[in-house]
Ligand binder design. Structure first.
Ligand code: GLY
Length: 373
């Protein structure tokens, strides 16, 4: 089947299902499903890093369909996050994930000044996490298990677009300087020769010196956590889009080339490309996020639908649509077999950002995307 027709059919399936799901899920901030029903993190932990993705899904659907239920749910999610802005230790490096998908998306659609202000407060806080000596944005906060002031993580590449947005809003290059300094540090210390990336790098927070890497959510130190690879592909191509600096596109392509070489025959992505051979654990989120990044790289190629990045993205998305999507509207989630971290107790469940990036990737193909990043 023609790929554009295929994508339109998947988009129709998403819209049909999500209209039912959105109508019964208003007021929630979901992370996963229990027996097919979304849970709600409003009271459980309003500061959880995924708490903007429901709003993001709602804005993508509102942008594509104009149906009010989506906008109402998205605004509810955005307003609830105000409590996160005020909570002790509530703010961390994930402000892009939380406020680009909610407040900034609202501002882009409506011009709402309060939403703009939420986005700027989050951007200022993110900028304040920059370590001048090491030239990195600090990840996480201390949780009683030791000082993580020197930790930086690959995921943070996806939070930089909040700083690029703040720069464009204010014309103040401080935001830009911080974003590009962090991206440059990531090139220097995270990307390996073969194009794979590390998850966590630890610096001396006082001198800025590189200390070591950690395996983080992947299998072990030296391994290749697939969602981390995906954040890096998408994060670097976004840095290219915002700065036009070719080294970011080259980095995105280097990581993408490595990722593409490791896509299994069946198109389903393991949790870590270097997990033991007899381990079959999957992470569908890593496929959906990588597909978004690969499609952005493909758009920059001379023939945007005839290159290996586009082909790989289609393979990932078709594998998900055929084998890992739940299309029943009795079940709230779409993607199945998502995994948060290799060493977690629980694996292969639904995770809200899997659905978010799957929808975003399909919208990239149908031309219905609200550009969030
Ligand atoms: N950014 C955290 C994760 O990917 O699990």
């Amino acid at each position: 089947m023609n790929k554009n027709i295929w994508a339109r059919e998947v988009a129709d399936q998403i819209k049909k299902k999500m209209l039912v799901v959105a109508a019964r899920s208003g007021g929630k901030i979901p992370y996963t499903t229990k027996n097919g029903v979304f849970d709600d993190w409003t009271e459980k932990n309003i500061c959880w890093w995924t708490n903007g993705f429901w709003g993001g899904i709602m804005w993508q659907l509102y942008h594509a369909t104009g149906q009010e239920v989506y906008k109402n749910n998205a605004i509810d999610n955005e307003v609830k996050l105000d409590r996160n802005l005020m909570l002790h230790q509530g703010m961390d490096h994930d402000s892009g994930f939380k406020w680009l998908t909610t407040a900034v998306a609202n501002y882009r659609k409506s011009g709402n000044q309060e939403s703009w202000n939420r986005g700027m407060l989050a951007a200022d806080n993110l900028a304040g996490r920059f370590n001048l000596a090491g030239k990195f944005i600090r990840a996480w906060n201390d949780d009683g298990n030791g000082d993580r002031a020197g930790w930086a993580i690959i995921d943070c590449m996806m939070n930089l677009p909040l700083l690029y947005w703040a720069y464009k809003q204010t014309n103040d290059p401080r935001y830009l300087h911080i974003a590009i300094s962090h991206a440059d540090t990531t090139i220097e210390h995270f990307i390996r020769e073969d194009g794979s990336v590390k998850h966590i790098v630890e610096f001396d927070p006082m001198t800025g010196e590189y200390i070591r890497s950690h395996g983080g959510q992947g299998c072990e130190d030296g391994s290749s956590w697939t969602r981390g690879q995906a954040w890096a592909i998408y994060g670097f191509v976004l840095s290219y889009i915002h700065t036009q600096n070719i080294k970011y596109l080259e980095s995105a392509k280097k990581i993408a080339n490595y990722y593409i070489k490791n896509i299994p025959e069946n198109g389903l992505i393991p949790v870590d490309f270097r997990q033991p051979k007899d381990c079959k654990l999957e992470d569908s989120t890593a496929a959906a996020i990588a597909a978004c990044g690969l499609l952005e790289i493909a758009k920059l190629m001379e023939d945007r639908e005839n290159n290996k990045y586009y082909e790989a993205a289609i393979k990932l998305l078709q594998s998900l649509a055929k084998q890992r999507c739940n299309w029943s509207d009795d079940c709230d989630n779409i993607l199945e077999k998502c995994t948060a971290a290799f060493h977690d107790q629980e694996h292969e469940f639904s995770i809200i950002y899997g659905d978010y990036f799957f929808i975003e990737a399909i919208w990239k193909l149908t031309g219905e995307e609200l550009f969030i990043w």
